[in-house]
Design a protein around this ligand. Structure first.
Ligand SMILES: [Cu+2]
Length: 678
């Protein structure tokens, strides 16, 4: 009888609460945006009482009360509820690592509940309910990936992660100052320095690996293209493996360009049987779980207990190199997948990462993912000191460690081995009959500089609803450049309009010793600047493209506070909220479009290719609407990748004869100079 009354009361509570939510179609973007921000406000503390709808849902919502609310009939929600009720879930106030199988499993259980919710109200109520029960890191990861991938999350802007989980972006010293400021209720702005001292040559490029915008790009890319993605979640991630190669290739070549402008050699690759040359002291602390482990210079690789042996990594690498040499990958069922073609890179990317798309993870292993864990654990490979995961085990923090770039150079060289096994492009694959670039230019100066940027540390410190917030922020130095416009004069000698794809790369001209790269050496170091589509009318066409519009980059997302204020204002006034310009977290920050120049002016080759858009374009309408604006390395959510050509085309394959390639009138090679002001 008692139990009956108990359940009866709960049923009444949920019934009185549910109608407050509107159905999906009538929920405005502003309201959705407000819900998401409120859910992410101070995730390590209970939902604020003033967010009464969410607070109410966190207590009174019954996730399994109405299973018709779920596209999967409630299977995911029932599974997660069982885990919670049986006390199996990861505790709160504990670190979360995506590379930890159990942590990831929990995050994906919540992700599934959210994407299987049929309407916004159900998704939000579940998010509020499980936020108060699951680990905070599990919650944040599940919510971010669900907003990115679920149709009901469309057009929403996810707040900058450096403000939601500042511990993964700010250094320990600044976090300590923030706590002290909070305790004494004294507002503070704290200058954050990069790790290391001038005694460490790597310090010269720390501004790149430790750039909080670059960190957000990296973690967002991995949320857009998660290695755990299954197509049953809703769609196929087009060219995921190839994009894995390309996005990381671009990180590597950008890092190399920064090195050259700071008088450092190109980064060398990692060798399993040699010492890891650079050590790293992260100066970063988990909110819960202690300090990120450090690694001294020249450590020899050790097997990591329970993860992998170094010998196995060498075996996996050999199998992958064998596949490249043979020109085929062996699938799990024994069949052969031909990779000596333009789609081979996609298969190889899936294999090397490895993702669920890998045709044979049992045989080819997970080179990239395991390497991240192994590198992350070299400070405590046998678990003797109970250290938490290293920076390499989080996409937020990985690029801080110089070994990240060594690891990616190593994998990049494997990809290059494959690309070099393909025949050079033929004339037919490169030419664009009767279209010629007559001139390429730049309006404005190509000049880089460092600027200060302030971000909020409010969520890095603890409080309760009763404690006043005081303004606490970190100030970081970031690379930026003056705005500029690229121009191209293109003649179309056809009788009619033609549709053209325009690709722009800049490539360092000299190595660290001042020796000129040949085109065939230098092509692999090219930074992709832009790719876009234009209709060319007969005669001459003057094309302009602003630096802020490039399809490789995204603008800074407004601060959490600013997003929340805009959403609150729109909700209370009933006006529309359009933050679509910031809907993509994936993309190189606009500021980093140009590698740092130097005072004398750093020379780059600029290569512009105009190719036949009627053959290249896979998606219509890109001339008018570039769909979030960072498709070059991040694609378009849920859609076909917009360019049919291999990523990096036409510079991704061997160039046997420089003159032949550059004799195409639709390719242009010039020289630009990037300077830097102090
Ligand atoms: Cu990555």
């Amino acid at each position: 009888m008692k139990a009956f009354v108990f359940f009866g009361l709960l049923a009444v509570a949920s019934a009185s609460w549910l109608p407050e939510f509107q159905s999906d179609s009538s929920v405005s973007t502003a309201k959705k945006q407000q819900d998401v921000l409120r859910l992410l406000f101070k995730v390590t503390e209970p939902i604020r009482k003033r967010y009464s709808e969410l607070k109410d849902a966190s207590v009174n919502f019954h996730p399994d009360a109405d299973l018709t609310k779920y596209t999967d009939g409630g299977a995911a929600v029932k599974a997660l509820l069982t885990e919670v009720e049986d006390g199996r879930t990861l505790e709160q106030k504990h670190y979360f690592s995506l590379f930890n199988d159990r942590h990831r499993e929990e995050a994906l259980m919540l992700f599934e509940v959210l994407i299987d919710s049929k309407d916004w109200a159900t998704a939000v109520a579940n998010a509020a309910y499980f936020r108060e029960k699951l680990n905070e890191g599990v919650f944040v990861y599940a919510l971010y990936t669900a907003v990115i991938h679920a149709p009901i999350g469309k057009d929403l802007v996810l707040p900058p992660l450096y403000e939601v989980t500042p511990h993964l972006f700010a250094n320990t010293e600044v976090i300590h100052k923030a706590y002290s400021a909070k305790m004494t209720q004294t507002p503070g702005k704290f200058k954050m320095s990069f790790t290391g001292t001038k005694k460490n040559p790597e310090q010269r490029v720390a501004y790149f690996g430790e750039d909080i915008g670059l960190n957000v790009h990296h973690v967002s890319w991995h949320m857009d293209y998660p290695f755990w993605w299954k197509d049953s979640y809703g769609y196929h991630l087009d060219r995921k493996g190839e994009l894995f190669f390309w996005a990381h290739h671009q990180l590597t070549v950008r890092f190399d360009a920064e090195r050259l402008s700071n008088n450092l050699d190109l980064v060398d690759e990692l060798y399993w049987d040699r010492p890891i040359v650079e050590g790293f002291a992260p100066h970063t602390t988990y909110k819960y779980g202690g300090e990120f482990p450090a690694r001294p210079d020249n450590v020899n690789f050790e097997d990591v207990d329970g993860v992998a042996r170094i010998r196995d990594m060498i075996i996996i690498e050999t199998r992958i190199r064998d596949a490249i040499a043979h020109g085929y990958v062996t699938a799990a069922d024994g069949s052969k997948i031909d990779i000596r073609n333009e789609h081979g890179i996609d298969v190889l990317g899936d294999v090397i990462e490895s993702s669920v798309y890998s045709p044979n993870a049992g045989y080819y292993g997970a080179l990239h993912n395991l390497a991240h864990i192994i590198l992350g654990r070299q400070g405590d490979p046998h678990g003797k000191f109970n250290m938490p995961p290293g920076v390499m085990e989080h996409f937020e923090t990985a690029t801080r460690d110089p070994s990240f770039f060594r690891l990616h150079k190593y994998m990049d060289n494997i990809f290059k081995e494959h690309k070099d096994s393909l025949p050079p492009y033929t004339k037919e694959e490169v030419e664009f009959p009767d279209v010629a670039i007559t001139a390429v230019g730049v309006e404005g100066k190509l000049e880089t500089f460092f600027e200060d940027f302030e971000f909020n540390l409010l969520m890095g410190v603890d409080d309760t609803e009763e404690v006043e917030d005081v303004p606490i922020s970190a100030i970081v130095s970031r690379l930026n450049h003056d705005p500029f416009t690229m121009t191209a004069d293109i003649s179309n000698n056809n009788a009619a309009d033609v549709f053209a794809t325009i690709r722009i790369f800049i490539c360092p001209r000299y190595d660290a010793n001042g020796i000129l790269f040949t085109l065939n050496e230098g092509r692999w170091n090219c930074v992709e600047i832009d790719k876009f589509w234009r209709t060319l009318t007969p005669g001459s066409n003057h094309i302009t493209r602003k630096s802020k519009d490039t399809s490789t980059t995204v603008p800074d997302v407004p601060s959490f506070q600013s997003l929340l204020e805009q959403a609150d204002a729109a909700v209370s006034s009933g006006s529309a909220l359009d933050l679509s310009a910031y809907s993509r977290g994936c993309g190189i920050p606009d500021r980093l479009l140009l590698p740092k120049g130097n005072t004398e002016g750093m020379e780059f080759a600029v290569i512009v290719a105009v190719t036949d858009g009627s053959k290249d374009a896979a998606v219509e309408g890109l001339e008018k609407d570039e769909r979030g604006g960072s498709h070059a390395q991040c694609g378009i959510h849920g859609e076909t990748f917009p360019d049919k050509r291999p990523l990096g085309y036409p510079l991704d394959r061997r160039i046997l004869d420089e003159r032949a390639l550059l004799n195409f009138p639709n390719l242009h090679k010039g020289i630009i100079t990037i300077s830097h002001r102090d």
